[in-house]
Design a protein around this ligand. Structure first.
Ligand code: SDX
Length: 428
């Protein structure tokens, strides 16, 4: 198979190298396209455009494959812990026990946030969305750690910034949640592991010791692992784009949080539950809502369905659907929206509209049902997605810096006015 692509323009043939990835994917390197031909490409939504070479995560949309650093998501979800997967994504290999202990101890040491950060929480309206608060609080970490502003500083300084962000993120999330309830803040405790500590800060109470159910810890580890990275998705690309200007990690991740908030991206997990609740309130007529999703004149979309890359099935959705049944069973919860979700999935998977467009349940379709079973309110679902995606964002930002990638600056096709003379306002 040739490793050269030819483009013919006005009778002249230009050659461009074909690059093959380690999993066999093919790409045409057009780095010199404009220089050689005076042309650029146009690809709305970057559906056919690779923005980087990355060794972090591999997806095969046709086969429903997801691997972190070469390890299958099914194995990691079953056998690993979220912090171990975070280490894998960021440093490239599964840690030895000694490496994991050192990593864990460093993270445990930095879980507190500056007491002055609580003043920001007092300033937000009581019902303001947690994602808005999370984005601004994460960016404000850079004001307390000015040494982090020099993104490309020493390896040790960058590493400490990554560790601090991983450490403080759950504390910030928990403080946002407790503040939304008007409850006393629960502080992190060094005796707990990462996920138990988070659940302790969320569900713990000052007045008595609350035992954190191991079933909840296990479910949370699985959910966070499944969300940990997903190659060049909208929010990871945003973190890379902002970081490519040599902006600090806190501000880059803050921008990623904003991108994730959108209902077409991570905000879908909240939108799915709101959709299922709507269908339940409307009498549970899944056929009616499937038809609305298919109707081009109806703005309704089947939230949690469809994916830019997965055109067969989202391997994470399969794992989460099974986890859903297990956790609700173990916790003795019967959630009627789960039945509606299964009816919707069943109907859609047999409907030509969805089958022709290769629309299957994605990671967001069932995750909200588990978050709700664990006791989280709907508007906390997307910040939980962000907690899971944090190590992925950090790994992508780190890889971009290590590879010394240039500042991101796409071109455009201009379609506006060509030339106009200025007209004084009196004569307009
Ligand atoms: C995440 O990129 C990632 O990896 C993201 C993510 C991650 O881990 O980071 O996996 C997480 O964001 C998952 C996706 C969560 N979003 C949703 O569930 C929102 C609902 N889904 C969509 O809006 C949509 O499917 C997207 C945004 C996910 C993908 O959109 P694309 O690839 O741009 O596809 P498209 O909008 O061009 O749709 C193709 C066709 C269109 O119909 P036609 O114009 O061809 O007739 O499929 C239709 C769309 O109208 N379609 C849907 C649909 N999704 C696509 N129709 C009804 N319901 C839907 N959900």
């Amino acid at each position: 198979m040739s490793d050269i692509a030819e483009i013919k323009i006005d009778g002249k043939v230009y050659e461009f190298p074909i690059i093959t990835g380690t999993e066999g994917e093919k790409s045409i390197d057009i780095s010199k396209l404009r220089e050689l031909t005076g042309h650029i490409t146009l690809d709305l939504g970057y559906k056919n455009t690779g923005s980087t070479k990355s060794a972090i995560t591999f997806l095969d949309g046709e086969k429903g494959i997801l691997k972190y650093r070469g390890y299958a998501i099914e194995e990691l979800a079953q056998k690993s812990t979220f912090l171990e997967v975070a280490y894998l994504l960021i440093y490239g290999d599964l840690p030895t026990q000694e490496q994991l202990d050192y990593f864990t101890n460093r993270i445990t040491r930095h879980t507190l946030i500056h007491e002055d950060m609580k003043k920001f929480l007092d300033g937000y309206p009581s019902k303001s969305h947690p994602m808005a608060q999370l984005s601004s609080l994460v960016c404000s970490l850079s004001t307390f750690y000015p040494e982090s502003l020099k993104a490309n500083s020493t390896k040790e300084a960058m590493d400490l910034t990554m560790v601090k962000l991983l450490s403080k993120f759950p504390t910030i999330l928990a403080f946002i949640y407790k503040k939304s309830l008007g409850h006393a803040l629960m502080y992190p405790k060094t005796k707990y592991d990462y996920v138990t500590n988070f659940l302790h800060m969320i569900f713990g109470r000052r007045t008595e010791d609350v035992e954190i159910d191991p079933v909840m810890v296990s479910a949370m580890n699985t959910l966070l692992i499944l969300h940990a990275d997903h190659e060049q998705n909208c929010s990871a690309s945003t973190v890379r784009m902002v970081g490519s200007s040599d902006c600090n990690l806190y501000a880059s991740v803050s921008a990623g949080i904003d991108a994730l908030w959108g209902p077409l991206h991570g905000g879908a997990n909240q939108a799915v539950i709101e959709m299922l609740e709507l269908i339940k309130e409307d009498g549970g007529d899944t056929e009616k809502w499937i038809n609305k999703a298919k109707d081009k004149n109806d703005p309704f979309r089947m939230m949690g369905f469809g994916h830019r890359v997965y055109k067969n099935f989202d391997p994470r959705a399969k794992i989460i659907k099974k986890a859903c049944d297990d956790i609700l069973d173990k916790l003795g919860i019967n959630d009627p929206v789960l039945e509606i979700a299964k009816k919707l999935e069943e109907a859609a998977l047999n409907d030509p509209y969805f089958v022709e467009r290769k629309l299957y349940p994605n990671v967001d379709f069932y995750s909200g049902i588990i978050y709700r079973a664990l006791g989280f309110p709907t508007d906390m679902f997307t910040v939980l997605f962000a907690l899971g995606r944090l190590p992925g964002w950090i790994a992508q930002w780190k890889e971009m810096h290590e590879n010394k990638e240039p500042i991101g600056r796409p071109r455009q096709v201009y379609v506006g006015h060509t030339n106009r003379e200025f007209v004084d306002i009196k004569n307009r």
